[in-house]
Design a protein around this ligand. Structure first.
Ligand code: PXL
Length: 279
């Protein structure tokens, strides 16, 4: 029987690690993508031991297993957008790069996860190099926070290098990313400014009221929301703007189930009685 594509929601394939708290990682991606009307596929790149206060340990999944999970999905299912979260090893980055390079027409949202909210390191220098060298040339939109942007863009050879965020964006675009969205949550500013850059520099700036809590998985939520919007057919600027709005509402409705960070409520609209398209 032919597959009825009319009845299939847009499909997003996320490569991400498991966060058992449901705050960040693959669980955050699944919740966000489902909430935004997509069907999520997930290739698990690692397991973590963590609670809402921080990450205790990481187990990287073997790169061959990551590649096998992805290849069988891509043979069977029509993926509209790729999304990358925590990738866990240089070998995994190389294997994933090889796979997505075989599908050059599928847009790729790359959230470069380098550290947890508490500051636990989740990527070493070799992984950062592999991300820049192997993944940026294939990236449609990179979504670093300001700390990640500085680390990815830093010129290691030059000890005096202190690039501005717009200079970081320029370097990341030069390294191959089509768009770069740098989020300003970690900057010491009264409001949060998120800036989208492209090959001609700054494209748009969105300013948000700073929320009081510390949130687990805000970056995963934002990147997945952009992926969902692109899969739903939005153009990049609108996808980025709307995803920030969605994320702000998910954070504002966040809850604190344990002793650490708040968790965004990716289904805030279901609990408020509003439908996702309601203004
Ligand atoms: O928020 C980034 C992130 C992504 N993925 C996993 C994580 C974290 C942060 O802790 O644990 C699995």
């Amino acid at each position: 029987m032919p597959v009825d594509t009319e009845l299939v929601p847009p499909i997003v394939l996320t490569f991400a690690a498991s966060d058992p708290t449901g705050g960040a990682g693959v669980q955050a991606d699944l919740l966000t993508l489902a909430s935004m009307g997509c069907h999520p596929l997930s290739v698990v790149t690692g397991l973590t031991v963590q609670d809402t206060t921080g990450v205790e340990d990481v187990l990287a999944i073997d790169a061959g297993w990551i590649a096998d999970q992805a290849r069988v999905l891509l043979e069977d299912l029509p993926v509209a957008v790729f999304k990358f979260g925590m990738l866990c090893s240089v070998e995994a980055i190389a294997a994933i790069a090889e796979i997505v390079n075989d599908y050059p027409d599928i847009p790729l949202v790359f959230d470069p996860v380098l550290a947890s909210g508490r500051g636990d390191q989740l990527a070493d220098e070799e992984m950062v190099e592999a991300m820049v060298g192997l993944l940026l040339p294939r990236t449609t939109v990179l979504t670093p926070n300001s700390l990640e942007a500085r680390r990815l863009a830093l010129d290691e050879q030059n000890e005096d290098d202190v690039p501005s965020l717009s200079e970081c964006a320029r370097r990341l675009v030069n390294a191959g990313a089509e768009y770069v969205l740098i989020t300003g949550t970690h900057e010491n500013t009264p409001q949060v400014t998120n800036t989208l850059y492209g090959s001609h520099g700054r494209i748009r700036e969105d300013i948000w009221d700073r929320l009081p809590g510390s949130y687990h998985g805000s970056g995963c939520t934002l990147a997945s929301a952009i992926a969902a919007n692109l899969a739903n057919g939005l153009a990049m600027e609108e996808a980025v703007r709307d995803a920030q709005d969605y994320t702000w509402h998910a954070l504002a409705a966040g809850f604190r189930p344990g002793m650490g960070q708040y968790i965004p409520d990716r289904f805030f609209w279901a609990r408020s009685g509003e439908l996702p398209d309601d203004e």
